[in-house]
Design a binder for this molecule. Structure first.
Ligand SMILES: Cc1ncc(COP(=O)(O)O)c(C=O)c1O
Length: 395
């Protein structure tokens, strides 16, 4: 008899962002006044139209299995949305709805990768990508980026990372954690390299509607050949504040969608019927107020950070994160306690300044940390005061 967990599961690291969030919530429950800047979800409510549609779905007993890739009405509406937002033409057969974009991404890696295939992963990256790639028995090939290129990869870096085993490039624009958004020209240049070497792109566009004074462009828009190689991932968690409803989707060539629908049919089957109805309604909703509020907060946080010692910070153009560089504190200390890496910095901030934020180590960016500004203006003001007071004592 062989006991114990599989190597697959033993080797997984828990999501550092979710662990910090859980720890912070526990401290708050214990009555400790912690300001939580670690969250990856909007602090806005789900649009009322979506809530109403969800309630109606329950009242109408729309509570049974649906078609595995999602109800036709939702897939058609997603196709209409992509046409309007990016000018991309998809039909309902090119869409697979899943239980969150995380699920869509997992489907994508599992369907594309064989053991030993390489997935090019630009860092800083969202924490779940390397784990999902490893679960699919593929190998992440990390391209490191920093402030000098605005946290974006260049075509030359991409060329250098390609090997005969390259299967996929992962792109995430706007990015979690950096907020970086690739321009049309930058994507065009990357698309040329991809087409020359002929591999897939998983393009995670979940923050597509959260951009500030720049356009969000999908790499799938650079011609039919590029579209055929792109697995476009999106969802309802961020733009519609629907994190708990768990609805995400993939748009891709229908042969890929067909294969992934079979895969999904044996794992989770359809996403929740009630959530699908809510998602249909959400697509009629556009919240300009949320975007302008996020822009205000981004500007506020950046302005405050600029006046603090030991930190530098790029201006992010999208999502709801800023990603300051704290490497100037390394080798220094706070009240006798040494700071040598971003984990030390984040741990000391939580303990002494009662601010929760995420160290860059989990994002493959050891010199930075992530602040989420998806919290109230009051909380941000208090957090910035605390951060500034903390930094003034670092020497
Ligand atoms: C870049 C990125 N992709 C995907 C997701 C997953 O979103 P969902 O809630 O739809 O699973 C997140 C959530 O934090 C994210 O930041």
């Amino acid at each position: 008899m062989a006991w114990g967990l599989s190597d697959r599961v033993k080797n997984i690291a828990p999501s550092p962002t979710l662990s910090i969030d859980a720890k912070t919530k526990q401290m708050i429950a214990e009555g400790i006044d912690v300001i939580n800047l670690s969250v990856g979800e909007p602090d806005f409510g789900t649009p009322e139209v979506a809530c109403t549609a969800g309630k109606l779905a329950i009242d109408e007993q729309f509570t049974k299995y649906t078609a595995v890739p999602g109800i036709l009405e939702l897939r058609k509406k997603i196709a209409d949305f992509l046409q309007g937002h990016s000018g991309l033409t998809y039909t309902a057969d090119d869409i697979l709805v899943s239980s969150g974009a995380k699920h869509s991404l997992y489907n994508a890696f599992m369907a594309l990768c064989n053991p030993g295939d390489e997935v090019i992963l630009p860092a800083p990256y969202w924490v779940s990508y390397p784990e999902m790639i490893t679960l699919a028995e593929a190998t992440p090939v990390v391209i490191h980026t920093d402030e000098t290129t605005g946290f974006k990869i260049t075509p030359a870096q991409l060329e250098a990372a390609i090997t005969p085993k390259t299967k996929v490039l992962l792109l995430n624009s706007p990015s979690n954690p950096t907020g970086a958004v690739y321009t049309r020209e930058e994507l065009q240049a990357l698309a040329e390299v991809i087409l020359k070497h002929d591999f897939y792109v998983i393009s995670d566009e979940i923050y597509d509607q959260l951009v500030y004074d720049v356009e969000q462009v999908s790499i799938a828009t650079f011609g039919d050949e590029m579209k055929a190689r792109t697995l476009l991932i999106n969802g309802f968690s961020k733009a519609y504040s629907m994190t708990g409803w768990r609805v995400g989707y993939m748009a891709a060539d229908r042969s890929l969608i067909k294969a992934m629908t079979s895969f999904q049919s044996h794992t989770t089957a359809n996403p929740a019927s009630i959530s699908q109805r809510a998602a249909v309604a959400a697509l009629d909703h556009r919240d300009e107020q949320m975007v302008s509020e996020f822009r205000w907060r981004r500007d506020y946080v950046l302005e405050r950070l600029r006046h603090m010692p030991h930190l530098t910070c790029d201006t992010p153009s999208g999502a709801f994160y800023v990603f300051p560089n704290c490497s100037a504190t390394y080798g220094k200390s706070y009240q006798g306690k040494a700071i040598n890496k971003s984990d030390d910095f984040a741990a000391l901030l939580l303990e002494h300044a009662k601010i929760a934020l995420v160290p860059g180590s989990g994002f493959g960016a050891p010199n930075n940390f992530r602040i989420s500004y998806a919290t109230s203006r009051d909380n941000l003001a208090k957090a910035m005061d605390r951060l500034e007071a903390f930094l003034r004592l670092v020497q």
